[in-house]
Ligand binder design. Structure first.
Ligand code: F3S
Length: 275
């Protein structure tokens, strides 16, 4: 078994979990706007410690303690939480805060803001909440119509975007626009984990990626591994391991998304050693 390096919890998710655990110990009950991180097993553990989930600021009980998820929330939601809570604990990853700030400043400078990412992802929805003017979300260059002429475009990326797909989208937009301003807001942890699975793919017969099915960065790891032609299995926990899939593979690689806690990776490694 070869484990990708680095892999697993990124700085932003680790920081959010530590803040949340500290708050739960101090206040007993904490309400998080949306899932605090994208890992169902870790969220279930935190719910066991007193975490409650709400899906909009209006549902925050008056006077309670609230938590802002690692992926951030729109400015209006943050203001709503602040009005209703006695204390807001901000778990927004600093890299996400930078992307929100870039979007806000581009919008103020009069650019139409283009976010390269997944329009349904909470991080992207949060970033859009900092833009007062025009905006557009595209998942990649295939969504750009080469015939359309854009004015001034301010472009940034979802923090977990693949570098190659961001670069391709920027190149195509540059040809369709009179002026572009680009901020590469892909975070270093994402790039490192994507490179580590590329290295891993060259060494093994199959890769198990462990991480939440709702985790964008885990999905990107799976996509990269599959694109390199390596048999890839995506699981959330070791109970989903399939003996049949392991058969005939001499060496197995393990990689984990940036929101996968250490205990789930350790559990998977133990299970693999017993099979
Ligand atoms: Fe932050 Fe990057 Fe993790 S944006 S939450 S350090 S994947």
């Amino acid at each position: 078994m070869v484990v990708a390096s680095p892999t697993g919890l990124c700085f932003g998710v680790r920081r959010a979990i530590e803040r949340l655990e500290g708050a739960l110990m101090e206040y007993g009950v904490v309400h998080s706007l949306g899932s605090p991180i994208h890992n169902p097993q870790e969220v279930a553990r935190l719910v066991g410690l007193g975490l409650k989930l709400i899906d909009k600021a209006a549902l925050m009980p008056e006077g309670g303690v609230s938590f802002v998820r690692a992926h951030g929330v729109a400015r209006s939601e943050l203001e709503g939480l602040a009005r209703r809570s006695r204390l807001v604990i901000d778990g927004t990853c600093p890299h996400v805060s930078v992307a929100q700030g870039r979007a806000e400043s581009l919008s103020k400078e009069g650019y139409k803001v283009v976010v390269v990412g997944d329009s349904k992802h909470p991080e992207v929805r949060g970033i859009l909440g900092y833009i007062d003017g025009e905006s557009l979300v595209i998942s990649g260059e295939s969504e750009i119509d080469a015939e359309t002429r854009y004015g001034r475009l301010g472009i940034l990326s979802q923090t977990t975007q693949k570098e190659s797909s961001f670069a391709a989208a920027v190149s195509k937009l540059a040809l369709s626009s009179g002026e572009i301003k680009v901020y590469n807001t892909i975070c270093g942890a994402t790039i490192e984990r994507q490179k580590s699975i590329q290295r891993l793919a060259a060494q093994v017969d199959g890769i198990i990626v462990i991480g939440g099915k709702n985790s964008a960065n885990t999905r990107k790891l799976v996509e990269i591994s599959e694109s390199l032609g390596v048999p890839t299995m995506w699981i959330e926990h070791s109970g989903e391991l399939s003996r049949g899939w392991l058969q005939g593979k001499r060496s197995i690689g393990v990689a984990a998304g940036g929101s996968t806690p250490d205990w789930l990776i350790k559990d998977l490694k133990c299970k693999l050693q017993t099979l």
